[in-house]
Design a protein around this ligand. Structure first.
Ligand code: ATP
Length: 238
């Protein structure tokens, strides 16, 4: 089986500072793959590069059999890659429903769009209850749900989530993680960036630990969860 996403020796720099120093990993269709690591490890930079927002200085990105190298950001979504960014970036003055519709801006199948809006409300009932309200009135966790719902509206082949648990209460975090597990059970392929290693590794098929621009350890979610160095560095154990 060929991978849905193949990243090979990817290097990304901000001026002279190399933030990603030659990483390789792949994501197969139907998998959840997570990148974990501390602040500044290069996780967000990796996702922004996959979305076409940053240009790599080296390496290859192959998505669904095509090289993404020369594809501009606005076309990446149409290939099936959706990004729910860190910090959410919802449109606070627009209604919740209009924010969701924005995620479908490339689609013209009206019925399908309505069906997917309903699906977002099924996944996140609070969004349905408040569909006509300004998105800025939602709590942080609810805005995270909206950002995920919006990314799903493009019917992505790969959903990239950047720190969906950031700043959330433990209960809200559990809810978000349960939703990721539900999306996975529905067959959605997910690349998940998380600082919460425990939560991310618990539901990921494969994980990669990033440190200062490199992948230093890779394995199944389960193996990494039980790896002694991961437990010490990321799960707060002595
Ligand atoms: P976090 O969880 O804090 O977002 P991260 O693993 O996602 O961490 P990145 O945000 O990708 O890490 O940052 C990787 C490195 O690149 C860091 O050293 C960071 O300071 C640097 N960096 C990020 N954005 C820029 C920028 N716009 N200009 C210069 N350096 C940057």
């Amino acid at each position: 089986m060929t991978a849905l996403l193949e990243v090979e020796d990817l290097r990304v720099a901000y001026g002279k500072i190399e933030a990603v120093k030659g990483i390789s990993f792949k994501v197969d269709a139907g998998e959840v793959v997570t990148l974990i690591g501390t602040n500044g490890a290069g996780k967000t930079t990796t996702l922004r590069t996959l979305s076409g927002l940053l240009k790599p200085v080296g390496g290859q990105i192959k998505f669904d059999g095509k090289s993404l190298k020369k594809i501009p950001a606005h076309q990446v979504v149409s290939l099936g890659l959706a990004h729910s960014p860190e910090g959410r970036h919802i449109f606070p003055r627009m209604t919740i429903e209009d924010n969701l519709r924005l995620g479908a801006f490339l689609r013209s199948d009206k019925q399908g769009i309505e069906k997917d809006i309903q699906r977002a409300y099924d996944l996140f009932p609070i969004l349905g209850e408040r569909r006509k309200q300004a998105a800025g009135t939602l709590s942080g966790g609810e805005q995270q749900m909206l950002a995920m719902g919006r990314a799903l509206m493009s019917q992505p082949k790969l959903l990239m989530l950047d720190e969906p648990s950031m700043g959330l209460s433990p209960i809200m975090m559990q809810k978000i993680m349960a939703t990721i597990a539900e999306l996975k059970s529905q067959g959605t392929t997910i690349l998940l960036v998380e600082q919460n290693a425990q939560a991310a590794l618990s539901l990921a098929d494969h994980g990669h630990v990033m440190e200062v621009g490199n992948i230093v350890l890779s394995g199944t979610g389960r193996d990494l969860l039980h790896d002694e160095s991961v437990r010490k560095a990321y799960l707060g154990e002595d």
